[in-house]
Design a binder for this molecule. Structure first.
Ligand code: AMP
Length: 204
């Protein structure tokens, strides 16, 4: 466990809303580090013990059980902090895909200090499904190969993940309409984050 909580910004929203796209762009800026929970899982060798445990869930669009998720995610965070890839005194973690339910949000309090929640929203579910299918081909993501699995991911998002928003105080939540070009959405996110990150590091 990292000694010090890592400051974090949470990218929140339904599958296909653009969290990964924005997370990757933000993560390329010095001082920000993008950590996608899905990427943590996808980096695990499918034939390892851990791979055997997680892949049945991922391939069906189900959530990986919390204890396993937290263990693997925390292992990755600790490695990044130990290697000084993330320096809690000067860097901000861009969280993507975690927490996926309230139990995970509660658990994360031990290791991260959530400065801001960026809630990306898009009312056009069909547009998001189209985007997910294009990504499935581009990134060879078998979990997004079928309509049934994608619909299941949306159901889980509605039932288990959307309540996570009420876990955080309204004062740290910014709603951003995710319809538009990546650069327009990036602009809105940066307008929100720049003053918040500056204030955080001035005070700490
Ligand atoms: P993502 O790349 O965020 O779309 O995640 C891909 C898949 O990984 C999800 O459909 C889940 O099976 C699994 N997954 C990612 N993040 C989590 C999480 N925080 N908790 C449980 N399962 C997760």
């Amino acid at each position: 466990m990292a000694d010090q909580k890592v400051p974090a910004v949470l990218l929140f929203g339904a599958p296909g809303v653009g969290k990964g796209t924005q997370g990757k762009i933000l993560g390329s800026v010095p001082g920000f580090h993008h950590l996608s929970c899905g990427d943590v899982f996808r980096a695990i060798d499918i034939s390892s013990d851990e791979g055997n445990q997680i892949y049945p869930f991922i391939s069906n669009g189900e959530l990986v059980p919390d204890d396993l998720t937290i263990r693997l995610w925390e292992k990755r965070l600790n490695a990044l902090v130990t290697l000084a890839t993330i320096k809690p005194m000067q860097d901000v973690l861009i969280l993507d895909g975690i927490p996926r339910n309230v139990a995970q949000a509660e658990y994360l309090k031990k290791s991260v200090n959530v400065l801001q929640v960026i809630s990306l929203s898009c009312s056009d579910e069909e547009a998001m499904i189209k985007r997910i299918k294009q990504r499935a081909v581009r990134e060879n993501r078998t979990d997004d190969a079928s309509d049934e699995i994608i619909r299941n991911r949306f159901d889980i998002y509605r039932k288990e993940t959307s309540p996570v928003l009420s876990f955080y105080p309204e004062s740290i939540i910014t709603q951003i309409d995710a319809i538009g070009s990546p650069i327009e959405i990036l602009n809105k996110i940066l307008n929100c984050l720049i003053p918040i990150c500056q204030k955080h590091f001035q005070q700490n």
